[in-house]
Design a protein around this ligand. Structure first.
Ligand code: FEO
Ligand code: CA
Ligand code: CA
Ligand code: CA
Length: 679
C-alpha cells in the first residue's frame, strides 16, 4: 500500500461551449496547431499529399483515422530514449480505420476490388512512428527521419506468450503458429514504463469474409471453431469490410488480399489457393512495439487475451510489486479485464536497452482476470486460468483444452465465470496519485430495464436504460465512466470497490434517473471513450493529476460536435448510493447504483472538434506544456467525395473551399503563456 497525498488544484480555463462549427475550439489563452495529417509523407522524396484521391504509397505516408497515441522523449540526438525531453520525441499513433470515400478519385470501386485501391486501404491502417521536434516554440514532424516507420496489416509480427505455436494460430503464412502478418483496427494504446507502445486490435472481426458452407467444413474438422467464431461475431455468410479478398493480385503468389477470406478450404472459396481458415485467430490481441528500433518485429502478447481490445494501460509501477495492465473489450455486454504479471517490477527495467525483452518479462507470464461488479459496491477479479474454476474440458459453455485455448477464447472463459456484462468498455486509465482505475463505458443500445434475447437488464454497475430524444430507442444512450479502487491500493489485488465517476447526459435530461451527475452546459457530454491522466512533472508540489475525457458520440451530435473535457476526479466512494429507475419500452426496473462525481468535483469542457469527428488519442510532453490530440474521421458521413461534410483541417484557419476533402490529423495544444495545459 502506498501513502497518497492529494493536493487539490483548479483547472485554469473557461469552459468551451457546445459547437457545431467545422473547427477545433479550445479555451481563450490556448492555441491549436495541426501536426500530422492523413497522407503526410514520412520518408525523403515522397510527394506532398494531393488529397484528391490520386495519392499512393501509404506505407510511407500517415494512415487514416488517427486514434490512441503516445509521446516518447528522445535524447537530444541519436535514437535513445530520454523520458524528460519535451522538445524532441517519437509520436506513436494508431490508424484505426479508413474513410474510404475520400481515398479514391471517385470513391471506392465495387467488388471485385481494384488492387490499386485495396493496397491503399490496407496500408492506411496500422500504426505510425514519427519523429517530432519543437523548434522556436513550433512543433513539426521530421519527414526524413530514420526513426519514422509505418506498421501496416502487412508488417511481420511475432507471437509471444502461452498461445504462441497453438494449432489455431497455424496458417499458410506461419505453419508453426509463431508468426503472422500485421495488425488491424488499432484503437487505443498503452504506454509502457520501459519505453514501448501497446497497440490494440479492436474491430478486426469486420474485415473477414466467411462464405456459406464454412461452418459445415469446420464441423467435420474443428467444431470448436464454430463456437468460437460465433462468440466473436464472425457470422456466416459475410463478405468482409471493403471486399479486399476479391482482389486478383498482379503478383499471383501474393496472399495479402486472399488472407481476408477465412472460409475453410480452398474449394469452397473457389479460388484454388491455400485456405486461411485460421487468420481470424491471428487478430484480437495486444501488440507491443519498440518505437526506438525501426527494425524490430512487433510482438503479439497472447497472455493478455483475445477480444475486441480497446486499450491496455498499466497501473502504477512500484518496485517489488507485480504490475497490472487494465483492458476493456469494446462490444455490447462485454467485460473488463486486468493482467497481473508474475514478476514484481524492477525499476532498472525502465531504462533497459532490449525493451521487447522487458516486455517478455512482464507481459508473457502472469494471470489474466475478468471483473465481476457486485451490487454492494464490491467487486472480484476472477482468474482465467486453465484448470481453475471449471475452465476445463468438461465446461458446459466450452470445453477448454489448455491455457492457449482459454486465451484464444477469452470471452468464452469470461462467460464461464459469470463476469459482469458492461456497457461497452472502452479506454482504461489509472490515476497515478491514487492507483484508482477508470474505464469508459461508452453506451449500450442493448441495455434494457429487463433482459430479453440479445438484451441485458440494468444492474448496479450499468444502471440506466432510457430514451434520449430525438432518438426513440432504449438503452444506455450516453454512457458512463466506472472506476475501481483495488483492495489495499495494490495492483496485485483480487478484489476492489467501485463507483461510477460520472454519467454522460445532456444537461436537459431528467436529473432523477438520467443526469445523475448533475451535468450542466459547461460539462455535459455523451459517449465517453478516450481517457488519460496527466501528471506534469514540472509543477512544484503538484500531486493531483488532470483526467482527460474524450467523446465518440452519435446521441448528442444534434447539440454539439464531439469533445474533450478535463477533470479533477476525486476518489472512489465520494458520492454514496442512489436509486435509479429505468422506464422505457413498456418495462420498468429500479436498481441502486453508486455515485462518484460529488458536488464541487471539477469537470469542464476543454475542446470541441470539427464536424462528424471523434476525439480520440491524447498524450503530452513530459513537462505538460504541449498536449497532442487526435481528430478522427471529420466528415465521415459523406458518400460523395466531391461533396464532403467537413473541410477540416483546412477549415481550421476559417477559410477552406467547400470541396476540400477532410483528413484525420494530430493537433498540438499549447498555452499561450507557455505554461502547463489546463492548470
Ligand atoms: Fe475504436 Fe471502441 O473504439
Ligand atoms: Ca473510431
Ligand atoms: Ca474508442
Ligand atoms: Ca467508440
Amino acid at each position: 500500500s502506498v501513502t497518497v497525498t492529494v493536493t487539490p488544484i483548479a483547472l485554469d480555463f473557461t469552459a468551451v461551449p457546445h459547437s457545431l462549427a467545422d473547427v477545433v475550439t479550445v479555451p481563450a489563452g490556448y492555441s491549436v496547431s495541426v501536426l500530422y495529417r492523413l497522407g503526410d509523407p514520412i520518408a525523403a522524396g515522397v510527394a506532398a499529399y494531393a488529397n484528391n484521391g490520386t495519392d499512393t504509397n501509404f506505407a510511407q505516408r500517415a494512415g487514416d483515422h488517427h486514434d490512441g497515441m503516445s509521446y516518447f522523449g528522445l535524447a537530444a540526438s541519436g535514437n535513445n530514449p530520454d523520458p524528460n525531453n519535451s522538445t524532441r520525441g517519437l509520436l506513436v499513433l494508431n490508424h484505426e480505420n479508413i474513410s474510404e470515400q475520400y481515398l479514391h478519385v471517385n470513391g471506392p470501386s465495387p467488388a471485385p476490388r481494384a488492387e490499386s485501391e485495396a493496397i491503399k486501404e490496407i496500408e492506411c491502417h496500422g500504426v505510425s512512428v514519427i519523429e517530432v521536434t519543437r523548434t522556436n516554440g513550433t512543433w513539426s514532424y521530421v519527414q526524413s527521419s530514420a526513426l519514422n516507420r509505418r506498421i501496416t496489416p502487412n508488417t511481420p509480427m511475432a507471437f509471444s506468450g502461452p498461445a504462441k505455436g497453438a494449432a489455431w494460430l497455424k496458417t499458410a503464412y506461419s505453419t508453426d503458429g509463431t508468426s503472422g502478418r500485421g495488425t488491424i483496427n488499432n484503437c487505443a494504446n498503452g504506454t509502457m514504463a520501459w519505453n514501448t507502445y501497446l497497440t490494440n486490435e479492436e474491430n478486426w472481426v469486420g474485415y473477414f469474409r466467411r462464405l456459406s458452407g464454412d461452418a459445415a467444413v469446420r464441423t467435420a474438422t474443428t467444431p470448436k471453431q464454430n463456437v468460437s467464431l460465433a462468440r466473436y461475431g464472425i457470422s456466416e455468410p459475410r463478405n468482409g469490410n471493403y471486399n479486399w479478398a476479391t482482389v486478383t493480385p498482379s503478383d499471383s503468389s501474393s496472399t495479402i488480399y486472399r488472407r481476408w477470406n477465412a472460409t475453410a478450404n480452398a474449394a469452397l472459396a473457389a479460388d484454388g489457393t491455400a485456405d486461411f481458415r485460421n487468420e481470424p485467430f491471428q487478430f484480437g490481441w495486444v501488440v507491443e512495439i519498440d518505437p526506438f528500433n525501426p527494425a524490430s518485429t512487433p510482438r503479439k502478447r497472447t497472455a493478455l487475451g483475445r477480444m475486441n481490445h480497446e486499450g491496455c494501460q498499466s497501473g502504477r509501477m512500484i518496485a517489488g510489486v507485480r504490475p497490472a495492465f487494465y483492458m476493456g473489450d469494446d462490444a455490447q455486454n462485454e467485460y473488463i479485464y486486468k493482467f497481473v504479471s508474475a514478476t514484481p517490477w524492477s525499476a532498472s527495467d525502465a531504462s533497459a536497452s532490449d525493451r521487447l525483452a522487458v516486455g517478455d518479462k512482464y507481459l508473457d507470464t502472469g494471470t489474466l482476470y475478468v471483473a465481476r461488479f457486485n451490487a454492494d459496491g464490491t467487486g472480484t477479479w476472477m482468474p482465467l486460468v486453465f484448470g481453475q474454476n471449471g475452465l476445463n474440458a468438461s465446461n458446459s459453455i466450452y470445453p477448454f483444452a489448455d491455457q492457449a485455448d482459454v486465451l484464444i477464447n477469452t470471452r468464452l472463459a469470461g462467460d464461464a465465470l459469470g463476469a459482469t456484462k458492461m456497457d461497452r468498455p472502452e479506454w482504461t486509465a489509472v490515476n497515478p496519485a491514487t492507483g484508482e482505475m477508470y474505464c469508459t463505458l461508452t453506451n449500450n443500445a442493448s441495455r434494457k430495464p429487463v433482459a430479453s434475447s440479445g438484451n441485458t437488464a440494468v444492474d448496479a454497475a450499468n444502471p440506466r436504460a432510457y430514451v434520449d430524444p430525438p432518438s426513440t430507442s432504449v438503452g444506455n444512450r450516453n454512457g458512463h465512466i466506472i472506476r475501481i479502487r483495488e483492495t489495499g491500493d495494490t495492483t496485485e489485488a483480487t478484489s476492489f470497490t467501485w463507483d461510477v465517476y460520472a454519467f454522460g447526459a445532456g444537461a436537459d435530461l431528467d436529473a432523477t434517473n438520467i443526469n445523475l451527475s448533475g451535468l450542466d452546459a459547461t460539462n455535459d457530454f455523451s459517449s465517453p471513450d478516450g481517457l488519460w491522466f496527466s501528471l506534469p512533472s514540472n509543477v512544484a508540489g503538484q500531486q493531483t493529476p488532470v483526467m482527460w475525457i474524450q467523446t465518440d458520440d452519435g446521441a448528442f451530435t444534434d447539440v454539439t460536435n464531439c469533445m474533450m473535457l478535463a477533470a479533477i476526479p476525486g476518489r472512489v466512494g465520494d458520492g454514496g448510493t442512489r436509486q435509479v429507475t429505468s422506464s422505457a419500452g413498456g418495462a420498468s426496473a429500479t436498481v441502486t447504483t453508486r455515485i462518484g462525481k460529488a458536488p464541487g468535483v471539477t469537470l469542464k469542457r476543454f475542446l470541441v472538434g470539427p464536424k462528424q469527428c471523434e476525439i480520440t488519442g491524447i498524450h503530452s510532453t513530459p513537462d505538460g506544456t504541449s498536449v497532442f490530440v487526435n481528430i478522427q474521421h471529420p466528415g465521415e458521413g459523406a458518400t460523395n467525395p466531391s461533396a464532403p461534410t467537413s473541410n477540416w483541417p483546412d477549415s481550421q484557419s476559417g477559410s477552406a473551399a467547400a470541396t476540400v476533402r477532410p483528413r484525420s490529423a494530430t493537433i498540438v495544444i499549447t498555452k499561450n503563456d507557455g505554461g502547463v495545459v489546463a492548470i
